[in-house]
Design a protein around this ligand. Structure first.
Ligand SMILES: *Cc1c(COP(=O)(O)O)cnc(C)c1O
Length: 361
């Protein structure tokens, strides 16, 4: 078996240990004589997986019973619509900070349900290279909530401090959830599609404050209602059992590594290595992102020409490094270095950058 170094933005690299565990259990989960994929979502074995995953989220984030952990299908994109469907009421405005493609999509959905105020949009000519400062935010008096995208998977920007606001704060943390410790108590709702930093695709985790939940609108279809899902413990209908099982394994893996503080140290070391290499050769590898807005999850940069970028991606692939192509909307190179990407993998990209520059600089 030969595994590649996978720098894909998502679905992304998973820890080998948890894939092996899943393989081990695939045909006979915990002596039940069947796969967890073949088990009822009402069975005791699945029940345990479901509840343990919820508990691990709370434990890793240091949350008390003021919060509920919910699981939804439909990816983070479904949340773009569900959030305003549940919480944007008549006479209110939803505040959105626009920092890239994903926040723009969230705005588009919110506009279907009510009034939207763009609290900040730091783009220049359609390019997003920075996160706005807290004092730049123009917040509404009667805001239902303020929505932000904590990490911009395509632009390679990331919020390093979250603003203090009076209205409920909501974040799409799909591409950087659980990369470091942070004050989750500050948020009324956090959602994250699993396939970047949490597990395989197919499930979106939602962490929601009970008091926020109670303020939701009443007439919402059951499948899209946070209230109904909370009441049914995310078992209103058949949940994505297998992805939840994998998320649970990943959370246990994070915990066993030493939790979020240990992960932050590792993620910062990976980022320093990669940004260090870029910085050392800044006239060849150009990172378009402002220094204090740079993402430690998705590192983007350009080479002098598109032809060189193509060559870089092709040669890296030959050396077993894949997923380095920037998003089709922006081009360039993108190295996604989520929790499961090892420092060895990052070192090998840096070594390759050095040798590529020697031969093509
Ligand atoms: C990938 C991504 C999404 C979309 O996720 P889906 O699960 O495909 O709907 C939304 N927001 C961010 C920040 C993302 O990185």
């Amino acid at each position: 078996m030969s595994r590649v170094f996978n720098f894909s933005a998502g679905p992304a690299c998973l820890p080998l240990e948890i894939l092996e565990e899943a393989k081990e259990e695939l045909l006979d989960y915990a002596g039940t004589g069947k796969s967890i994929m073949e088990s009822s979502h009402r069975s005791p074995e699945y029940d345990h997986i479901h509840n343990e995953a919820q508990d691990l989220f709370k434990e890793l984030l240091g949350l008390n019973d003021d919060f509920k952990v919910l699981f939804f299908g439909g990816g983070a994109s479904a949340q773009f619509a569900m959030l305003p469907m549940n919480f944007l009421k008549e006479g209110q405005v939803a505040d959105y900070v626009v920092t890239g493609t994903w926040s723009k999509k969230a705005v588009k959905e919110a506009k279907l349900f009510g009034d939207v105020n763009i609290a900040a949009d730091p783009s220049v000519d359609g390019n997003f290279v920075r996160i706005p400062k807290a004092e730049e935010l123009r917040l509404s008096e009667n805001a239902a909530y303020l929505h932000l995208t904590s990490n911009n998977t395509i632009a390679g920007t990331q919020w390093h401090d979250f603003p203090d606001v009076k209205c409920p704060l909501v974040a799409d943390m799909s591409s950087d959830f659980l990369w470091r410790p942070f004050d989750a108590n500050k948020f009324s709702m956090i959602y994250a599609g699993a396939q970047k930093n949490l597990g395989p695709s197919g499930v979106c985790a939602v962490i929601i404050r009970k008091d926020f939940l109670e303020s939701a609108k009443e007439k919402v279809p059951s499948m899209f209602s946070y209230g109904v899902q909370a009441e049914k413990n995310s078992l209103f209908n058949t949940p994505p059992c297998f992805p939840i099982y994998m998320v649970g394994k990943n959370l246990r893996w994070l915990k066993n590594k030493g939790g979020l503080a240990a992960l932050e140290r590792e993620n910062r070391a990976k980022g320093e290595l990669l940004y260090g290499t870029i910085g050392k050769h800044a006239d060849y590898y150009r990172c378009p992102v402002d220094v204090d807005s740079r993402s430690l999850m998705n590192v983007v940069f350009r080479l002098p020409t598109e032809a060189l970028e193509k060559k870089f991606i092709a040669e890296a692939k030959e050396k077993g490094m894949i997923g380095l192509k920037g998003h089709r909307s922006v081009g360039g190179i993108r190295v996604s270095i989520y929790n499961a990407v090892s420092i060895n993998a990052v070192q090998s990209v840096c070594d390759f950058m050095e040798s590529f520059l020697k031969e093509n600089g």
